[in-house]
Design a protein around this ligand. Structure first.
Ligand code: NAG
Ligand code: NAG
Length: 415
């Protein structure tokens, strides 16, 4: 800690398959001064050779002298403890960014408990023991909010399905760790360069197919508000950093009094006795919680229109008769995919230069085709933490930047 001692040491756990790569690139940019003295990233994936998509930028971040990558199984308690031991010559970790959690919708409750709740709970407990100054948990939009209401942090959105239930339970488990300097960021639908995960990425890929086929892209859902609030991954990174520095100056008690929200029970009472570390249903749990979305007020319609107009086509809705036909979701999934998976394959095959492999797919699974309503107000994080969005609008510039970067690394067809 001879030089750079005023900069924190940072640990990022999980999320290499989602947003950790962008966060790492924000903390240790390829050009310019790093924000940290030392950064360790821990996830289950191997990075050399890569066992998951990394994008063109991340391997360069990993090559920086400040950065250390550890492939580790965070479901094992002794491993969770060991990752908090910094390398020789480094001080303890000041900030932890927790991006762990299972993001696949087809996972069982048992897997979700083991890989989402337990991992975060063990990380939180160890972070509290080590007195880390800030522990930022990123929670994904596995909620169904109402179309009405203020959409602020006092609203009580319903966790969406099994995945939502256990991601939400994870927040209760973390909130219950009294000495943990916890900040929860509840994000919208995240998109951005090298983010191959998620609904917005799907919409961009599928939109390009309809542009290529010169056909309108149609939604199975009737026209309506259907908010699907968005967030650029750079703002996820920027706000996570801002939240950590905010928390580090306050500590949990003060932060609770400024920004604490009740983390309300949304599970079956009978689970409490079966699931290790699950707080009783009537525990009053409070933790600093912030919604994090951009200013676009994105909806299914606005995202659809922005994406399709970028690719030179239009966004449309199936008529009532067609929608009735798609009442049986399982058939609809295959039917709808038939329309654009073939188109994407054609685009890949016709690319010059050729695309030997791409992390992108035009296949939309059942979850991607289901209706999601996520409307969140971002006022609180702006007012309490003073965070300023860098990418407030979901627009053509954002999509162009993403597609250009994919073209450059050979993940996107050049026709
Ligand atoms: C991680 O550890 C758990 C518990 O020992 C084990 O069941 C699981 O298979 C391991 N996962 C990997 C990817 O090695
Ligand atoms: C979950 O963890 C428990 C306890 O460690 C173990 O017995 C069980 O096999 C695990 N289940 C899955 C699906 O990973």
């Amino acid at each position: 800690m001879a030089d750079g001692s005023s900069k924190p040491n940072v640990l990022i756990c999980g999320g290499v398959n989602t947003y950790s790569r962008a966060l790492a690139a924000f903390l240790v940019p390829l050009e310019g001064e790093p924000l940290v003295s030392h950064l360790r990233i821990v996830d289950k994936y191997s990075v050399a050779p890569a066992t998951t998509y990394l994008g063109a930028e991340f391997p360069k971040v990993l090559a920086k002298p400040e950065v250390d990558y550890k492939q580790a199984n965070l479901t094992v308690p002794s491993i969770v403890q060991s990752i908090f031991n910094p390398p020789e010559g480094q001080g303890p970790y000041d900030y932890v960014f927790d991006l762990t959690g299972e993001v696949r919708h087809d996972r069982t409750e048992m897997i979700l408990i083991n890989t989402t709740c337990n991992v975060a709970r063990m990380l939180g407990q160890e972070a509290a023991k080590r007195k880390v100054k800030a522990y930022v948990r990123v929670t994904l939009p596995f909620y169904e909010t109402t179309s009405k209401g203020t959409h602020d942090e006092k609203d009580d959105p319903k966790p969406d399905g099994t995945i939502g239930t256990w991601w939400h339970e994870t927040l209760r488990m973390l909130a219950a760790i009294e000495d943990l300097n916890l900040v929860i960021l509840r994000v919208g639908f995240v998109y951005g360069p090298y983010v191959e995960f998620g609904d917005i990425t799907s919409a961009i890929t599928v939109g390009s197919v309809y542009g290529y086929l010169k056909k309108p892209m149609k939604s199975v859902w009737s026209p309506g508000k259907n908010p699907t609030n968005t967030l650029h991954v750079e703002d996820l990174a920027g706000a996570a950093w801002a939240s950590a520095t905010w928390m580090a100056s306050l500590g949990r008690k003060e932060a609770d009094s400024l920004a604490g929200e009740s983390i309300i029970f949304h599970n079956e009472k009978s689970k409490v006795s079966h699931v290790e570390g699950m707080p009783p249903h009537d525990s009053k749990l409070v933790a600093p919680l912030f919604n994090l979305v951009d200013d676009s007020n994105s909806t299914l319609l606005s995202v659809g229109q922005t994406v399709t107009s970028f690719f030179g086509t239009t966004f449309d809705f199936f008529n009532l008769g067609e929608r009735t036909m798609y009442k049986f979701m399982d058939d609809a999934v295959e039917d709808i995919n038939e329309h654009h998976v073939g188109g994407w394959t054609q685009m890949i095959q016709n690319s010059n230069p050729p695309i030997p492999n791409t992390p992108l797919s035009a296949y939309m699974d059942k979850y991607a085709l289901e209706k999601h309503i996520v409307a969140l107000s971002n006022t609180k994080i702006k007012e309490v933490i003073g965070y300023k969005l860098k990418r407030p609008q979901f627009n053509h510039d954002g999509i162009k930047d993403i597609v250009d970067k994919w073209k450059e690394e050979g993940s996107w067809p050049i026709l």
